[in-house]
Design a protein around this ligand. Structure first.
Ligand SMILES: Nc1ncnc2c1ncn2[C@@H]1O[C@H](COP(=O)(O)OP(=O)(O)OP(=O)(O)O)[C@@H](O)[C@H]1O
Ligand SMILES: Nc1ncnc2c1ncn2[C@@H]1O[C@H](COP(=O)(O)OP(=O)(O)OP(=O)(O)O)[C@@H](O)[C@H]1O
Length: 589
C-alpha cells in the first residue's frame, strides 16, 4: 500500500533536510503507529503520502513515495486524495464547511455517491464518533475534541483504502478515544483498510496496532511488531517516549515480559513463579530506584537547571496557602440564548494550587477557563479573579497577572520568530531584565535551539511550547493552560510540568491525560455537562469511579492493577514498593 524509498525533503528556507533517507513499506491491511520525539518529522512524512509535499509546499524533494503503486510526485493530487484519507493534526486546518453535516458529506459527494447513500454514510460516520446529536450544528461552535471527532468522521465516510491520521485523538476524552480506536480497528480488520497513525500517546494506542515505527531526527530508527516493541525499552527511554504502565510495572519488577493491558499484567503477577521470585530489577536493589526514569541525562539535566532558575524556593506551590485567587459563585453561561454550557459552577481556588480540569469533550472545560481570563462573562452568577468581578473587566485588565495558552496555539502566535513571541509580553508590560526572561522561558520549554525560527515553520509540539514560553516570560501569578501536554513526547511533558511544579504561580490546566493530572495536580476537578461533579486530591478523585464514568474518564492502568491486587497504590513506583516489601516480609517469615 505504501512504499517509500530513500526519501529526503528540505522545507523552503531551511538549510537542513527534515526527512533524511526514509525507507518504509506498509502492506495492505496493516495498522501502523508512527511515533517519535516532537519535531522529528512525523507530520512531514504523512504529508508526502497524499502529495501535499511536494505539490503544495515547494522545497527540495528526492526519492520515491508510492501509494498503491502511484508515484505521488507524478500523480494528480485529486487522484491521490481518493486513495489516501488524511486526518490533519489541527482540526481547524481541515474543517471548512459551516455545518457538521456538510463537512462529513463533502467527501462522499465528491466521490459521486447517490444522495441516499451519502445520508447513510454521514449518519454512520457521525454515530461512530459519537456526534449524531450535532449533525446540524455549526462547525464553529464545536469544542476541540468535538472538532477532532468530525475530522475522523469525514474520513470514515469516504472509506478510503489508506487512512493516514496525524494525532487524530490527541484532544479526545479517554472513553471517546477508546471507542473511536475500536471502530478504526474494526474497519482495519473487516475492510482491510490500511492505517498509518501518528501519536505520542503510544501507551494508549499500542494495544490497537500491529506495528510500531519510531522516527528520530528525520530518520526511521525503530520498526517492530507492537507485541515485541517494548522488549526494547532502552529505545523508548533514550527518545523520551511514553511507555504503557503495565509494561513499566513488569519491567520494574524484573518480569521479562511486556504486557500492553491490565489483564495481561495481572496474569503475569498471578503466576507462582512471580510470587516466589519477585525481585526488583537486579541492577537496583532499592525499589524507589527501580521504577522507570528517563535515561537521557543531558535533556534531564537541562530541565533541572531551568527548574532551579525559575524556582522560588520560599514559594514552592505544592501545597496551597489559603489565599483565595478565584471565587466563582453559581456561574451560568452559554454561547447561545437559552442554551447554557456552564450550569451553576461554584469554585474557590487558592494561591499556589495546581488544578487539573478533566471531563468529557464539550463538558465546558475551555469555557470555564475563558471566564477566568475575563474573555467570557457570566450570564448569571459571578466570577471574581484576584478579588475583581470579571463583569467590569476585560482580558487586558489582567495583563501581566493572568496568562492564557489556548487549546490551539496557532491562535496566539503572530510574531516573526519564537524569540519575539517570548519577548512580546515583557516588552509591552515594560518589564526589566527582558532578555533574561526571554532566554529562561525559551530554555524551560526547549525552544532555545529554534528561537530564530518563524513560529509557523515549527512542528505543532514546538509551537505549543513556544506559546507557553510567551506566557511564562511574563511570569503571571495565575496561569491558565488549555491542554498543554497534547502532542508532546514524555520528555517534554515532564519538562513542562516540572517547570510549573517548581514555579510560584497558581496553575489551572485542562487535560485528558489522567497520568499527568495524577502526577502534577494538587487538585483535580471533574466536569460533566457544565457542572463540576468531583473535586479533590487526585487520590480521592481517582477512586470515585461513578464520577469518572460520567466524565468519560478511566482509572490509570496501574490503579486498576493495584485495585485488583487489593493494594492502595496510585503510581508504578508505589505499587512496586508495596509488592517488593510484601515479598520481603514473606521471605522473612
Ligand atoms: N512549513 C515548514 N517550514 C519549515 N520548517 C518546517 C515546516 N514545518 C515543519 N518544519 C520543521 O520540520 C521539522 C519536523 O516537523 P514536523 O511537524 O514534521 O514534526 P513532528 O514530528 O510531526 O512534530 P510534532 O510531534 O511536534 O507534531 C521541525 O523541526 C519543524 O521545525
Ligand atoms: N463559540 C461557540 N459557540 C457556540 N457553542 C460553543 C462555542 N464554543 C463552545 N461551544 C459549545 O460549548 C460546549 C462546551 O465547549 P468547551 O470548548 O468548553 O468544551 P471542553 O470541555 O473544553 O471540550 P474539549 O474537551 O473537547 O476541549 C460544547 O458543547 C460546544 O459545542
Amino acid at each position: 500500500m505504501i512504499e517509500i524509498k530513500d526519501l529526503w525533503y528540505t522545507y523552503p528556507g531551511r538549510s537542513e533536510p527534515t526527512l533524511k533517507g526514509i525507507n518504509l513499506r506498509v502492506e495492505k491491511g496493516e495498522f501502523v503507529l508512527l511515533t517519535g520525539p516532537t519535531g522529528c518529522g512525523k507530520s512531514t512524512l504523512l504529508k508526502t503520502l497524499n502529495g501535499i509535499i511536494p505539490h503544495e509546499s515547494g522545497g527540495i524533494f528526492s526519492g520515491s513515495v508510492k501509494v498503491k503503486g502511484m508515484e505521488t510526485t507524478e500523480s494528480n493530487q485529486i487522484e491521490i486524495s481518493k486513495e489516501v484519507g488524511l486526518v490533519f493534526q489541527n482540526p481547524d486546518d481541515q474543517i471548512f464547511s459551516t455545518t457538521v453535516e456538510d463537512e462529513v458529506a463533502f467527501g462522499p459527494e465528491n466521490l459521486c455517491f447517490e444522495r441516499k447513500e451519502i445520508d447513510r454514510k454521514v449518519e454512520e460516520a457521525l454515530q461512530i464518533v459519537g456526534m449524531s446529536g450535532h449533525r446540524l450544528a455549526s462547525t464553529n461552535s464545536l469544542s476541540g475534541g468535538q472538532k477532532q471527532r468530525i475530522c475522523i468522521a469525514s474520513m470514515l465516510a469516504m472509506t478510503p483504502e489508506l487512512l493516514a491520521m496525524d494525532e487524530p485523538v490527541s484532544q479526545m476524552d479517554p472513553r471517546g478515544t477508546h471507542e473511536v480506536l475500536n471502530t478504526v480497528r474494526e474497519l482495519n480488520r473487516k475492510l482491510k483498510t490500511t492505517i498509518l497513525l501518528v501519536e505520542h500517546r503510544l501507551h494508549e494506542l499500542a494495544p490497537f496496532v500491529d506495528r510500531i515505527v519510531i522516527m528520530d531526527d528525520g530518520q526511521i530508527v525503530f520498526d517492530q511488531p507492537a507485541s515485541k516493541a517494548f522488549d526494547h525499552l532502552e529505545v523508548f527511554y533514550r527518545l523520551g517516549l511514553r511507555i504503557p504502565e503495565p509494561v513499566e510495572l513488569c519491567h520494574s519488577l524484573g518480569i521479562k515480559a511486556s504486557p500492553l493491558s491490565v489483564s495481561g499484567a495481572l496474569a503475569l503477577l498471578d503466576t507462582d513463579d512471580f510470587k516466589k521470585n519477585i525481585s526488583v530489577s537486579q541492577s537496583s536493589p532499592n525499589p524507589e530506584e527501580s521504577t522507570v526514569v528517563i535515561k537521557n541525562s543531558s535533556r534531564r539535566a537541562s530541565t533541572e537547571n531551568n527548574n532551579s532558575k525559575n524556582n522560588n524556593s520560599e514559594n514552592n506551590n505544592s501545597e496551597n496557602d489559603g489565599d483565595s485567587i478565584v471565587l466563582i459563585q453559581d456561574l451560568w453561561s452559554g454561547y447561545e440564548k437559552n442554551k447554557m454550557v456552564l450550569k451553576g459552577i461554584d469554585l474557590e481556588i487558592n494561591k499556589g494550587e495546581r488544578i487539573a480540569i478533566m471531563g468529557t469533550n464539550g463538558s465546558g472545560k475551555s469555557t470555564l477557563l475563558l471566564h477566568l481570563a475575563a474573555i467570557l462573562k457570566p450570564d448569571k452568577g459571578s466570577v471574581k479573579v484576584f478579588g475583581e468581578d470579571t463583569r467590569s473587566k476585560n482580558p487586558y485588565s489582567f495583563a501581566g497577572k493572568v496568562g492564557f495558552v489556548f487549546q490551539n496555539p496557532d491562535l496566539m502566535l503572530f510574531c516573526d520568530s519564537a524569540e519575539e513571541e517570548a519577548r512580546f509580553g515583557p516588552v509591552q508590560l515594560k518589564y526589566s531584565n527582558i532578555e533574561e526572561r526571554v532566554k529562561n522561558s525559551l530554555e524551560a520549554m526547549s525552544i532555545l535551539p529554534f528561537r530564530h525560527d518563524l513560529p509557523q515553520a515549527l512542528s505543532r509540539g514546538q509551537r505549543l511550547r513556544t506559546a507557553v514560553a510567551s506566557v511564562i516570560s511574563i511570569n503571571p501569578k495565575l496561569i491558565l493552560l488549555d491542554e498543554p501536554t497534547t502532542g508532546q513526547d514524555r520528555m517534554n511533558i515532564e519538562q513542562m510540568m516540572d517547570f510549573f511544579k517548581n514555579n510560584n504561580s497558581t496553575l489551572i490546566f485542562c487535560t485528558h491525560d489522567i497520568e499527568v493530572a495524577m502526577s502534577y495536580a494538587t487538585r483535580i476537578l471533574v466536569m460533566n455537562d457544565g457542572k463540576i461533579i468531583a473535586d479533590g486530591k487526585g487520590k480521592e478523585v481517582i477512586k470515585d469511579t461513578e464520577s469518572l464514568r460520567k466524565a468519560s474518564l478511566t482509572q490509570p492502568p496501574v490503579v486498576e492493577i493495584a485495585n485488583h491486587l487489593g493494594i492502595n497504590a496510585f503510581s508504578v513506583k508505589e505499587l512496586v514498593k508495596t509488592l517488593t516489601s510484601r515479598s520481603a516480609e514473606g521471605t522473612k517469615c
